[in-house]
Design a protein around this ligand. Structure first.
Ligand SMILES: [Zn+2]
Ligand SMILES: [Zn+2]
Length: 355
């Protein structure tokens, strides 16, 4: 099977339309394959159809000198030319990055070559354009801000819920005795969540422990926690175990991995992601829209920040209301001098939606 060649400029080669089934592939891969049997060769290569990739990954693992590691990692990423957001901490590594197929492969090879990150899993999305404008590598106390440090310290390598593979998640979804618990923030679960899931009304993951009182009644039930890529669940499920919940599971690799391997059945709405895409479709089996425009109430999954930079509320605004309201959440915000120009996206160059 042909594989990606090191150093080849993949994006420029996506010119030829190949095969009876019309899949576009680089000429590089199959100069003589048109005709009989070509589809057999082509289908596994569909993942090369888009010029860029976005990688989502994390690993809870002790990093001895996080500052020094971060500096070296930043230099490496800059040399490579990737963009994205990477958090380094003494407890591990967390990132979402974008680059060409070749750049992403080199990034993964480099990380995997370090024994500290043994077993790290990369979730790969094909994208038309990079999902970030810039590169950030930051050192923080935790790879996801959780407040589960100090007395409440959870080390997922010691205490965490049982990891469920995607096909096991599918089986759990069929079981009416099982409760799915969304551990993400309210704006994420508002735009998409598992069917019948319990979503906590939290603005930020660090508020999760405070909500424990509201779910005390689930202590004897089978509880499956889930989040975008699995990283929050490592601690959230561990926190439940530590607090006496008896049957705690977590969706391994989060909704992203589940959707990739199963088609995303029973995930209602869209998946919120922390990059330029904002929301992505993950359910190709029984897709729905569950969120509605804040202004007119029609179904929509178009997430914006209020054009008034002082307000900056993150909410759902349909396309027609977007233009009518000039990207604002209210008439009051429309009158403010701090109002930014609305271009239909509702996203402004500022990190306003960090986890
Ligand atoms: Zn509307
Ligand atoms: Zn506003």
């Amino acid at each position: 099977m042909p594989v990606q060649r090191e150093g080849s400029k993949v994006p420029r080669l996506y010119r030829s339309s190949c095969c009876a089934i019309g899949i576009r592939l680089p000429l590089l891969f199959h100069p003589t394959l048109h005709g009989r049997g070509s589809a057999i060769f082509c289908l596994p290569l569909r993942r090369f159809m888009k010029p860029y990739q976005t990688l989502l990954f994390y690993k809870y693992t002790p990093i001895a000198n996080a500052e020094e590691f971060a500096q070296q990692h930043l230099a490496f990423c800059e040399r490579l030319g990737i963009v994205g957001r990477i958090i380094v901490s003494e407890e591990g590594l967390n990132g979402t990055i974008s680059g060409t197929v070749v750049q992403c492969k080199k990034y993964m090879d480099q990380v995997r070559s370090n024994p500290v990150f043994d077993g790290i899993e990369f979730k790969i999305d094909e994208v038309d354009t990079p999902s970030f404008e810039r590169l950030y590598v930051r050192v923080k106390p935790e790879i996801v801000h959780s407040s589960l440090r100090g007395i409440e310290m959870i080390d997922p390598n010691e205490t965490t819920g049982i990891h469920l593979k995607p096909h096991e998640v599918l089986a759990m979804l069929e079981d009416e005795e099982v409760v799915f618990l969304d551990v993400r923030s309210n704006y994420e679960s508002n735009v998409g969540r598992f069917k019948n899931a319990i979503a906590l009304d939290i603005d930020n993951f660090r508020d999760f422990p405070e909500k424990l009182k509201e779910i005390e009644n689930l202590k004897d039930k089978k509880v499956v926690t889930y989040c975008t890529g699995g990283i929050k669940c490592e601690k959230a499920s561990g926190y439940l175990v530590k607090n006496g919940f008896k049957n705690v599971y977590q969706v391994e690799g989060g909704v992203v991995k589940y959707a990739k391997e199963t088609g995303g059945k029973d995930f209602e709405g869209k998946l919120y992601v922390f990059d330029n895409r904002v929301v992505v479709d993950v359910n190709s089996v029984n897709p729905t829209i569950i969120s509605t425009c804040k202004i007119c109430g029609t179904p929509s999954a178009h997430m914006v920040n209020c054009a008034n930079s002082v307000c900056n509320e993150h909410f759902v605004l349909c396309e027609s209301c977007g233009w009518k309201m000039e990207g604002c959440c209210s008439k009051a915000c429309m009158k403010e001098p701090t109002k930014r120009t609305y271009d239909g996206t509702g996203h402004y160059q500022r990190e306003t939606t960090l986890a």
